[in-house]
Design a protein around this ligand. Structure first.
Ligand SMILES: *Cc1c(COP(=O)(O)O)cnc(C)c1O
Length: 235
């Protein structure tokens, strides 16, 4: 076993232990939680090791890095049945390209993006999952729609050919208590499910706040640093 393989295996096990403990505290079944391992900025060699360790849900946040990495993974581990979650800000003119390789896009926050993803999914003959990204900071320029805007954007996704409305996502803003932010997201997700019963995903919780997300009722956790290590400065 290489040093990196040992390190990734140990970190992955530690994160699963954190999730199990948080589930125990919250009276939840760990089977309700899906861990998405966020490999952005890390090389495809790490993705391959993680796939060999049994990881099947991967997150990336940049095009074209995400597409390149997953094409390489498909060649290196052809029988790994993996799912790619696209998490990052996405320019409308890149939506078509991302729709060709992503399985779920967590960061849908405007109608133009819905249109671009829908066109791309149709052109590729694929069905693409889409989550409404919700912003609880109220700051202009931040990704995500305000809570009041979720219903309208969700209706656009649900009506868009090639797209499947899967649920809601948030990144807790700095300086805001993640627990209250995730509780609000779960409440919004519940109201959405009353209208769109299949939209069951609640994507919340990262390396620093996954316990709060489990306690609030998240279904999907997006964890990078706790498994892969601190990322080099992003430029
Ligand atoms: C990078 C990223 C994550 C993972 O964050 P860590 O702090 O590395 O666990 C989760 N969600 C989104 C949207 C990200 O961009």
């Amino acid at each position: 076993m290489t040093a990196r393989r040992g390190e990734l295996a140990a970190n992955l096990a530690a994160v699963h232990e954190r999730i199990d403990r948080a589930c125990l505290d919250a009276g939840r079944d760990p089977a309700e939680l899906t861990l998405i391992v966020v490999t952005k900025t890390y090389p495809v060699e790490d993705v391959v090791i993680l796939a060999e360790l049994g990881v099947r849900e991967f997150g990336e946040n940049r095009h074209p890095e995400a597409g390149r990495k997953f094409a390489a993974l498909a060649e290196l581990v052809p029988d790994a049945d993996v799912r790619l979650h696209f998490l990052g800000g996405l320019q409308t003119n890149k939506a078509g390209a991302v729709a060709r390789y992503a399985d779920v896009v967590h960061s849908v926050d405007r109608v133009r993006l819905v249109e671009g993803l829908s066109r791309g999914a149709l052109a590729a003959g694929r069905e693409l999952g889409a989550l409404v990204e919700v912003d609880f900071s109220g700051e202009p320029g931040r990704a995500g729609v305000a809570p009041e805007g979720v219903g309208a954007l969700a209706a656009e996704i649900a009506a868009a050919p090639g797209l499947r409305l899967d649920g809601v996502m948030t990144v807790a803003p700095l300086g805001v208590d993640p627990a209250s932010c995730f509780a609000e997201l779960v409440a919004i997700g519940g109201r959405l499910r009353a209208v769109h019963p299949a939209a069951t995903m609640i994507s919340a919780g990262m390396s620093g706040d996954l316990e709060q997300a489990v306690a609030a009722g998240a279904t999907h956790l997006r964890v990078g640093r706790s498994i892969l290590g601190e990322r080099p400065e992003m430029t």
